[in-house]
Design a protein around this ligand. Structure first.
Ligand SMILES: Cc1ncc(COP(=O)(O)O)c(C=O)c1O
Length: 398
């Protein structure tokens, strides 16, 4: 038989699945598992969103829509970009997709061809490298986790070759919670312009910031906007992960090509969810703010507890809902010395002994780290952190 496509043969299945599947199995067998593994808010979508979806179903007429999304939703996205990000996007510059994930996928397919390189700061969100590969291009990593204050212009420049096509930026960052400052983004912008790169700016955690403020990369200048695809969505801000609505603002002809590609793959994102997303974008900021405050309270509890644990290092997360902890101190512990992937073995051991599910850092390109998500109730955060410190204390004793 003829061989299957090489480019998709190299795509890895999600590395987070093994731990979450085992945690689920333990829970179902009655075990008391604390889940620090979640990548989604533990809240419900706002009432106005639920109501809009129900009304839409009752009204009927849920047919196909324009592939790039209903004009009313794209108008609302355009207003949102102007209001929150000081960005002017025309209706035709906006493409609504089945999650920010599809926006990223469409953009990379449109930008890249075989031989191209795409720069990805590490730690990175798990899907970026695989999406780059799916577009036939090669991911090239820039290290940020070892205390680097920013993507220093030098590190970025050093990674650029004549094949470099684009840079993926993610602020606030999953998994580190880092929020890029305006000065850091401006330094990146300078290199991007000089080196003629495109930027995919993933801003999905925009509304979940506890320290600092969000700056949209494209808002820095007209010249940068002309080479940036701004990607966002309703999953994290409105607790609508399963509704699958994301959106992108992009210069022409990138937006048109993304819409054309989508028209031949998934077509329009779910019509009911589009109407619900419209309600979300117009629902004001109360629900988002309540959720942000709840996350912040949990973040502080986690940081307080970790403050007493000397063996671990971390950078204070300023956004998103994750804490990325450096567990490198235990790499040579006899329990893990022979493991192929240290962080995977650490996470599996933590789940077996203390019933805590967390995501191994290797999924984000950093095998010395563990990602703890605080998208779980304050009470469970407290229980989990008690168990976590207990686990670390025991490891220290060998
Ligand atoms: C950094 C980042 N970008 C994009 C996404 C995908 O979001 P969506 O649910 O809109 O596809 C996620 C989801 O975990 C994420 O963490």
């Amino acid at each position: 038989m003829k061989r299957l496509s090489r480019k998709h043969g190299e795509i890895l299945a999600s590395r987070t699945l093994a731990i979450t599947a085992e945690a689920k199995r333990l829970k179902e067998s009655g075990e008391d598992v604390v889940t620090f593994a979640s990548g989604e808010p533990d809240f419900d979508a706002p009432q106005a969103v639920q109501q809009a979806a129900i009304e839409r179903i009752r009204e009927g007429g849920i047919g196909y829509t324009a592939a790039a999304g209903i004009p009313k939703l794209r108008e609302a996205v355009s207003r949102k970009f102007a209001r929150d990000n000081q960005l002017e996007y025309e209706l035709d510059d906006i493409v609504v997709s089945s999650g920010a994930k599809q926006c990223l996928y469409n953009a990379l397919q449109v930008l890249c061809e075989p031989g191209d390189e795409v720069l990805i700061p590490r730690p990175y969100w798990v899907s970026y490298p695989e999406m780059v590969k799916a577009a036939g291009a090669t991911p090239v990593f820039i290290d940020l986790h070892k205390g680097a204050a920013g993507i220093e212009a030098d590190a970025l420049s050093a990674a650029i070759t004549e094949r470099t096509k684009a840079l993926i930026l993610n602020t606030p960052n999953n998994p580190s919670g880092r929020v890029f400052t305006k000065a850091e983004l401006e330094a990146i912008g300078k290199v991007v312009e000089e080196q003629d790169l495109y930027v995919l700016s993933d801003e999905i955690y925009e509304h979940l910031i506890y320290e600092g403020r969000h700056i949209s990369f494209a808002s820095l200048s007209k010249a940068l906007k002309a080479r940036t695809i701004t990607i966002n969505g309703v999953s994290k801000a409105y607790a609508m992960t399963g509704w699958r609505i994301g959106y992108a603002g992009a210069p022409q002809p990138i937006a048109s090509r993304m819409a054309a590609l989508q028209s031949h793959s998934t077509s329009n994102p779910n019509t009911i969810a589009q109407h619900a997303a419209l309600a979300a974008l117009e629902s004001g900021s109360d629900a988002v703010e309540n959720m942000r405050q709840a996350f912040d309270e949990r973040r502080k509890v986690m940081l307080d507890v970790l403050g007493d644990v000397e063996a671990l290092e971390w950078q204070v997360p300023k956004g998103a809902f994750y804490l990325f902890v450096d567990i490198g101190a235990f790499r040579s512990h006899p329990r893990f010395a022979k493991a192929d992937e240290y962080s995977t073995a650490f996470a599996a051991d933590l789940l077996q002994r203390e019933r805590i599910a967390a995501i191994p850092g290797v999924a984000f390109g950093c095998d010395d780290y563990l990602r703890l998500s605080y998208a779980t109730s304050l009470e469970r955060v407290q229980v989990g952190m008690d168990r976590f410190t207990h686990y670390i204390e025991k490891l220290e004793k060998k």
